[in-house]
Design a binder for this molecule. Sequence first.
Ligand code: SF4
Length: 388
Amino acid sequence: MPDELDAVLAVLTEVAEDPDRYVRRWRESTGGKVVGAFPMNFPAEIAHAAGALPVLIQENREPDVHGRDLLAEFYCGYTRNVADSAAKGRLDIYDGFFLADHCIQLLGAVDVVRAEVPDCPVYFGQLPPSLGDGWTLGEARRMMREFVEEMGRFSGAPVTDAALAASIALFNENRRLLRELFASRRAGNAALTSGQLQVLVKSSMVMDRTEHTGLLRQVLAGLGSVPRDDRVRLHLSGHLCHAPRPELLAAIEECGAIVVDDDLFTGTRYISTDVPEDLEPVEALTRWYLRRDAAAPCPTRVKHETDWEDHLVHAVEASGAEGVIVLMVRFCEPHMLYYPELRKRLNERDIPHLLIETEHEGLPVETVQTRVEALLERIRRSHQEVPV
Ligand code: SF4
């Protein structure tokens, strides 16, 4: 890998591993406001158009000290970590918080944020979780307009359509470049590991988009072509709201697999859908929200036209993946409730798969590797079986 590419990846990796440091540096150098956004559907373009830095709040690596006292044991690791960060004062780098999602665990964590960071405004505007009803479009449009107005009050000046249109174009370009890198991997270029691809997405959730887009262009320019080898091709599925640990992704690939596609939040789910540039901005953001689920079906949304299981099987066939690893955040209720449908469809299609539950506290890597190796062995053996 050329030195320049290494250097760019090192910058992005540092941001992905320590978003707080980047945020502090950005604040010092610009004097601007930082919006802490919660996953998964708040449109960061609105905060950017207001001149703020939108940062999708990431899980950090610190052991939880307060998280288990502030939220019940059965809250997911991400939400307990958010509560823990709030109690430790780690969220003091934000000037305000915005969220659009109603996962009950996330709302619990945000209540802790309200209590622990009392001087910081928290704005919760619920985008309709039901996507196919007659009232959905109007309600989503109303909510999107409210987000824009609320962001104007937060920043001290109305957010103009011109600023929104410029932010939408910039974010689309950022997503387009990221999709190009994922498409390259899907097409057989193994130059970047799944951990490195995750770094690219995670850093985009944190960094100033103009800066990030410039770095992405450098990654694309410096990316060589490494032909796909005979490693077993896998699809990673799931892991809503936050990133799986890099060592988990590395452990999977070290077993002799290559991840050719995914639908992870810190992967293709986050970059799946562009905001239309030929519509009035609020309308465009509304359409983005409503189309997003068609491009990457999510178990937190209610709809009739799209199914995650169909999407998953189609993606597996398109990428030539030979198996699926489902990464499930422990106690993530939406994913837990949906998983039986995924398993049923994968079984129907004879697609080998493995479920790995993740926790904030980490995973015993050896145990994971043993299970992944067993999956890979099963896949390899299925290639050797001769039909009678
Ligand atoms: S959707 Fe799942 S991972 Fe996200 S906050 Fe809710 S429980 Fe946690």
